[in-house]
Design a protein around this ligand. Structure first.
Ligand SMILES: Nc1nc(=O)c2c([nH]1)NC[C@@H]1CN(c3ccc(C(=O)N[C@@H](CCC(=O)O)C(=O)O)cc3)C=[N+]21
Length: 284
């Protein structure tokens, strides 16, 4: 078998077109949806993502600002900026690019963002709302993965799903979303004993460990759907995921590539969350 390659770029384009339509409607009603992205430090990969986010906003007609600060920015100064953006009516979504420098407490920073503007869905109150089945913002990456599964018409109800990686940003919300959709979910991690035993039983495997070639074809059930959330930069400078593409492709029924899979979907869902935040201000 050769896996279908799930085209995240094409699906993201479709979603961003829908965002453009909703943006135009909002603008007619006097609201220009606005996203603020804060970047602290000069990590080159972060700069690329932030630039991609800003470009996607511009293209969809959203107002976007990028605030870039040096590595030495104090936590107090960052919290003061967040406070200002919380109170800025032109800004509906706030994203603080992770990771932050060591001297800044990321948890405190996330909690400082107003939950109604937390388009990443990282705030504890948004995590709690997702866990209890009444989400306000679904974290962009797992939200994008659900859209990819939907577009592939993957049956989630009754399926066995394995999520490899248990981060607050991807693995944990991913598991909750799959579970809410009716899957039986196992959360594994890079230390799981006999990881292949778990993944070989899965109809759906989502990998988010940050370790290249962590999952190989022999660990995948024939016909399973494999979603690769990893982004690793090889010594050759090329991006690769956490799955060994060559071997998984020969066994899986569908596989998301890196690049061109989950990454573009993450950005599309960020725009969806921002537009939803803006639409909510109208409803009141
Ligand atoms: N508060 C916060 N929210 C985030 O959503 C967040 C974050 N911090 N920190 C970093 C990660 C990573 N992330 C990506 C988004 C898009 C691509 C993406 O578009 N990737 C392209 C390739 C881009 C390239 O060429 O480097 C692709 O996979 O095809 C990748 C990674 C969002 N993150």
């Amino acid at each position: 078998m050769t896996a279908r390659i799930i085209d995240g770029v094409a699906l993201a384009e479709k979603i961003k077109e829908e965002v453009s339509v909703r943006t135009a409607k909002l603008i007619q009603q006097g609201i220009k949806p606005g996203l603020a992205v804060i970047l602290v430090g000069a990590d080159p990969a972060s700069q690329v993502y932030v630039r991609n986010k800003a470009a996607a906003c511009q293209k969809a007609g959203l107002h976007s600002i990028v605030e870039q600060y040096g590595e030495g920015l104090s936590e107090a100064d960052l919290l003061a900026r967040i406070d200002a953006l919380n109170n800025d009516p032109a800004i509906h979504g706030i994203l603080v690019q992770m990771p932050l420098p060591k001297h800044i407490n990321a948890h405190r920073v996330i909690e400082a963002i107003a939950a109604r503007k937390d388009v990443d869905g990282f705030h504890v109150s948004n995590a709690g709302l997702l866990m209890t089945g009444a989400p306000l913002f679904i974290p962009c990456t797992p939200y994008g993965v659900m859209k990819m599964l939907e577009s592939e018409q993957v049956v989630i109800r009754g399926a066995v799903a394995v999520v490899v990686g248990a981060s607050n940003t991807v693995g944990k919300p991913m598991a909750l979303l799959l579970q809410a959709a009716g899957a039986t979910v196992t959360i594994c991690n890079s230390k799981t004993r006999d990881l292949g035993w778990h993944t070989r039983h899965a109809d759906i495997v989502v990998i988010a460990t940050g370790r290249p070639s962590m999952i190989t074809g022999d660990m995948i059930k024939s016909g399973a759907v494999v979603i690769d959330v990893g982004i690793n930069r090889g010594a050759d400078g090329k991006l690769c995921g956490d799955a060994d593409f060559q071997s998984v492709q020969q066994v899986a029924g569908a596989l998301s590539p890196v690049p061109g899979g989950v990454g573009p979907m993450t950005i599309a869902m960020l725009l969806v969350n921002t537009i939803e935040a803006a639409e909510r201000t109208l409803a009141k």
